[in-house]
Design a binder for this molecule. Structure first.
Ligand SMILES: [Zn+2]
Length: 82
């Protein structure tokens, strides 16, 4: 059993504003509105959610290494740091 991190710091690519956000365990967050500049963040190609693209922590689905909605192909054992 390992603990999931459910909090991730999202950094806006437009204005570099960072905000700490709670991630839902069972859903992917496709869109996030920056509180600072109002930009709508959406996942980069290959990423399943905004947390994977812009967050300090990957989303719970990635942490558990289970596939969610549109998880990119990712070889087992790589890309996940301890
Ligand atoms: Zn912003």
């Amino acid at each position: 059993m390992r603990e999931l991190q459910l909090e991730s710091v999202l950094t806006c690519p437009h204005c570099s504003h960072s905000s700490s956000e709670l991630m839902p365990r069972n859903a992917c967050t496709f869109f996030h509105a920056c509180k600072e500049c109002g930009a709508i963040l959406s996942p980069r190609p290959g990423d399943c959610c905004v947390f994977c693209s812009y967050g300090s922590v990957s989303c719970p689905s990635m942490q558990e290494q289970r596939s969610c909605c549109s998880a990119p192909d990712r070889p087992e054992g790589s890309g996940v740091s301890a």
